[in-house]
Design a protein around this ligand. Structure first.
Ligand SMILES: Nc1ncnc2c1ncn2[C@@H]1O[C@H](COP(=O)(O)OP(=O)(O)O)[C@@H](O)[C@H]1O
Ligand SMILES: [Mg+2]
Length: 283
């Protein structure tokens, strides 16, 4: 089919119309939210969810905060924020977020499908549909910040979120670890944000050195700080360098709460609270 033909296909026009209506509804829903940002990375396991929930909790000390969990295959937000109940659905089909620690409002597929341990075996269209539906239906109410926790990579979730969110909500924080292994994956995520007309507001270097459990010293293990290179590459800044903190992690496991609640004065706890502060300045 020629491009012109494709452009004039009646189905195409229908779809475009529907997407436009959905975008309007999403913009309307987010009009009560002051600042939105996505926590992204090309890489898994670098600390996206850790950053999302801890920053949300730190901001929640004196703001109204929500977290939207878009990691469909690995929704870790409910457990981290002590949420077991699904969002409330109104007869009209609207969704009202659940509440977690510190009153943080949460929407996650992790509480919406009944069995939290069942794998979500969804292909692209189903995921895309789910994300659009959640964005269209969720009434967040008045929020100062909405944090969107993303899955790794640049697949359906990232594309759909960035295509459906209004322009001023397409702001991304790139989470990386400071080594070369993470670098090229995270560059790809950053490139994706730029191509989808989003803005990169900063880089977070997590697992940036290790806090020695014996003496408390921060031991660096990277040879070069690739987070700095990443920030230069996207003309932004490294907003925080958060160490891998075994003590803080252990406290978090013991208490079943994120680091800023379980170990606020640990090295990682302090770095995460400073990150929330920096973010509130740059957003
Ligand atoms: N700074 C840190 N100190 C200690 N443990 C951390 C730190 N950052 C992340 N972790 C742990 O590493 C694992 C992966 O982090 P997570 O936030 O789930 O990554 P992602 O969401 O990017 O996949 C989790 O077990 C988390 O508790
Ligand atoms: Mg995660």
């Amino acid at each position: 089919m020629t491009e012109e033909g494709a452009g004039h296909h009646p189905c195409r026009e229908e779809i475009e119309k529907r997407l436009e209506a959905e975008r309007k509804a999403i913009e309307e829903n987010l009009s009560t939210v002051d600042k939105v940002f996505l926590v992204m990375s090309g890489k898994g396991g670098v600390g996206k969810t850790t950053v999302s929930v801890n920053v949300a909790l730190a901001l929640a000390e004196d703001h109204d905060v929500g977290v939207l969990d878009l990691d469909i295959h690995g929704p870790n937000v409910p457990e981290q924020l002590g949420v077991t109940e699904p969002p409330k659905a109104s007869p009209a089909g609207l969704l009202f977020p659940s509440e977690g620690y510190e009153g943080v409002r949460v929407v996650s597929i992790g509480t919406m499908l009944g069995d939290a341990d069942a794998p979500v075996l969804w292909r692209g269209p189903r995921k895309t549909g789910f994300i659009r539906e959640v964005l269209v239906k969720t009434k967040w109410g008045d929020l100062d910040y909405l944090v969107i926790d993303m899955p790794p990579g640049t697949g359906d979730e990232v594309i759909t979120a960035l295509q459906m969110l209004p322009e001023d909500a397409r702001k991304a924080v790139l989470v990386t670890s400071p080594e070369s292994l993470a670098f090229s994956d995270v560059v790809r995520a950053g490139e994706a944000v730029e191509r989808l007309e989003g803005e990169i507001v900063g880089v977070v270097s997590n697992m940036h050195g290790v806090v020695c459990p014996e003496c408390g010293a921060r031991v660096d293990y990277h040879v070069e700080d690739y987070s700095e290179r990443l920030a230069e590459r996207f003309e932004t800044e490294v907003l925080a360098r958060i160490p891998l903190d075994p003590e803080a992690k252990a406290a978090s496991e013991r208490e079943g709460k994120p680091i800023v609640l379980a170990a606020p004065d640990s090295e990682a706890g302090r770095a995460l609270r400073e990150l929330a502060e920096r973010l509130s300045e740059v957003l």
